[in-house]
Design a protein around this ligand. Structure first.
Ligand code: NAI
Ligand code: MG
Length: 349
């Protein structure tokens, strides 16, 4: 198994180092990591946030383990050169349209949730976020002067029916493999894009008569996630709404440092990354929680490498470490990034 390892910026190198440590311990001889530059780290060396060489390595690897990109030193750059363009470019180039973001409450972390115990108990949901369309990629976009010579920024929210069909099918399949309930989230009372989304999701529903489909507007969904998160099992939604709702869901279950993700294409190629960013405020301080990245490694074993038992082993070790009281600062504790990695390692054995 050859894994492209893209540590990136900020806390990226610290958190991916812990995930690599755990993956090597679990599958030892059979896994190899090829490191490549991405984001601000790549821009500083090559002048591009997503060098051709990095892209080539990703295309030729069995899976990609990604840290995070984003560097305040690059804030002055034009958009095409910004570190964040690297992850968007990678998703687009590899057609990684299906983003799976599980958010589950570890029972040991009940106290870390800002929600009351009776509200957060039982939260275990999967957000299926479309990742290669929507307002993040729609054109035209830009900045210009309006007819009164005021500066104006504009983006285009756009989905075609094929893009909605394929993510809807992933939503229904995911729901079928879990509780059988799927909630599609949109803003179809206002947005044309969402109206098409809802129409197409309803059409695809015909293929899945065994799945119970519901619809919710995104503003209500934000409220419901805080009010009663356990009402959701599988959520399917567009790129922008999924981005926002998954940060919200992460806070409900304790910390953004806990949530992993898988981004898949139709050939089963996958990129695995924590849902958070490069956290420049704590970069280099050993404060970052590596669990989201370690759990992303477990998702990589499950989805790309078909090693379900090893994935289970890592997830169980994370639970055990938390049960024994392992806590980084975001969880109210004092452990460093590598101490948390070591706690998971100890729990594996
Ligand atoms: P962020 O997710 O990096 O950080 C938000 C807050 O959560 C910060 O207070 C941070 O310290 C904390 N946090 C994040 N991950 C943590 C972890 N593992 N352990 C403990 N605390 C953690 O989001 P922010 O601040 O909006 O963006 C920072 C940079 O990251 C920006 O350049 C942004 O564009 C980029 N970004 C990159 C993403 C990616 O690489 N996929 C995703 C989101 C943002
Ligand atoms: Mg985000």
């Amino acid at each position: 198994m050859r894994i492209a390892l893209l540590a990136g910026d900020g806390i990226g190198p610290e958190i991916t180092a812990e995930a690599v440590k755990i993956l090597k311990a679990v599958v030892s001889q059979e896994i190899e990591f090829d490191e490549a530059l991405i984001g601000g780290a790549a821009w500083k060396v090559t002048g591009s946030p997503l060098p051709e060489e990095t892209l080539k390595l990703c295309k030729n690897s069995d899976a990609i383990l990604f840290g995070s990109v984003g560097d305040p030193e690059c804030d002055h750059l034009e958009r095409a050169l910004r570190p964040e363009q690297a992850i968007l470019g990678l998703r687009k180039e590899l057609d990684l349209f299906a983003n799976l973001r599980p958010a589950r409450l570890f029972p040991e972390l009940q106290a870390e949730s800002p929600l009351k115990e009776n509200i957060v108990t039982g939260t275990d949901l999967m957000i299926v976020r479309e990742l290669t369309g929507d307002v993040y990629f729609g054109t035209p976009r830009g900045q210009r002067k309006d007819d009164q010579n005021r500066r104006e920024g504009f983006d285009t929210m756009r989905y075609n029916e094929d893009e909605v069909k394929r993510i809807a099918r992933i939503g229904f399949e995911t729901a079928r493999s879990r509780s059988g309930n799927l909630c599609s989230i949109d803003k179809s009372n206002v947005l044309e894009t969402s109206q098409l989304w809802r129409t197409v999701v309803l059409e695809i529903a015909q293929e899945y008569p065994d799945v119970e489909l519901s619809h919710m507007y995104v503003d209500n969904a934000a409220m419901q996630l805080v009010r009663a998160p356990d009402q959701f099992d599988v959520i399917v939604t567009g790129n922008l709404f999924g981005d926002i709702l998954s940060d919200l869901a992460s806070a409900c279950v304790g910390s953004i440092g806990l949530l992993p993700s898988a981004s898949l294409n139709s050939e089963g190629k996958g990129l695995y990354e924590p849902i958070h960013g490069s956290a420049p405020d704590i970069a280099g301080l050993g404060k970052a929680n590596p669990l989201a990245t370690i759990l992303s490694g477990a998702m990589m074993l499950r989805y790309s490498l078909k090693r379900e038992a090893d994935a289970d082993r890592i997830e169980k070790a994370v639970s055990t470490a938390l049960e024994k009281g392992a806590r980084t600062a975001d969880l109210g504790g004092k452990m460093t990034t590598s101490e948390m990695g070591n706690a998971v390692l100890a729990a594996l054995n």
